[in-house]
Design a protein around this ligand. Sequence first.
Ligand code: NAP
Length: 274
Amino acid sequence: MDDILVLGATGKTGRRLVRLLRERDLPVRPASRSSAVRFDWSDPRTWEPATKGARAVYLVAPDDPAPIAGFVEQARGNGPVERFVVLSGRGIEHVEGDFGVGMATAERAVAASGAEWTVLRPNEFAQNFDEDLWHAPVRTGRLALPMGDVPEPFVDVEDVAAAAAALTEDGHAGRIYELSGPAALNFREAVEIIGRAAGRTIEYVDLTPAAYRAELIAEGYPEAVADALGELFAVHRAGHTVEPTGDVRRVLGREPIAFADYAARAAAAGAWSA
Ligand SMILES: NC(=O)c1ccc[n+]([C@@H]2O[C@H](COP(=O)([O-])OP(=O)(O)OC[C@H]3O[C@@H](n4cnc5c(N)ncnc54)[C@H](OP(=O)(O)O)[C@@H]3O)[C@@H](O)[C@H]2O)c1
């Protein structure tokens, strides 16, 4: 078997990638803690059955970097895996602190593995507004972040998954792709677009980094998570991720999905309905 092992297969990019690979009749093996093929980064006994016979791996790294190099080595020997596609994040090389250390470790581990590797470094996902961290605040009509007017070219995860699926083709080895949306929007503009699509008013409130940290902790987030998010927004505020890139076009041969199209789709699916 020449299976493509998709880690994080229930997550925002992984489950879309599984769908795209199946549409192409490619042999796909979805894996995560809750998938039929059980894969748990913290339980190495789950790695052997997940990697056996796999030729390629879509690697969604854990936050904890400790198991990553061992997994890559195990997959190389056991698959044997010949190609890795790593989901990383744009601006990763500018992080000061522990945020993203898992992604950075995965980038290094595949580069040292002797296998073909490709790294995807996407901007913030548009789907964070309806499937993740910013969904609940947007539904309550108030999104508060420490971003000021700094723009972010949000990328639709459909484009990230499509890029990952394209990497089943040759010609991407040793490349790092910075996947962005077509236009940089600040958060005020982004929530205005969502508000128009959803037919409601959503306020963007600008916070200092300290006030943001205090809000997260008051909402029950652990201090480590609040600190990690603080480091992420510091990278964005420093302007490292503001420019749209041409990498979606480079990989897919088409323009990236516009944020307004994402918002219309999510609104039509009821993402922000009362
Ligand atoms: N969100 C963004 O805007 C963004 C932007 C750029 C980069 N990234 C990066 O993309 C990565 C994925 O983020 P995401 O937001 O897409 O994640 P997500 O949608 O929450 O998906 C995480 C996936 O990992 C699996 N998982 C969690 N813990 C696991 C464990 N211990 N062992 C095995 N699988 C585990 C989950 O499935 P189970 O629960 O079934 O195990 C799930 O399929 C992160 O490294 C993030 O930093 C995110």
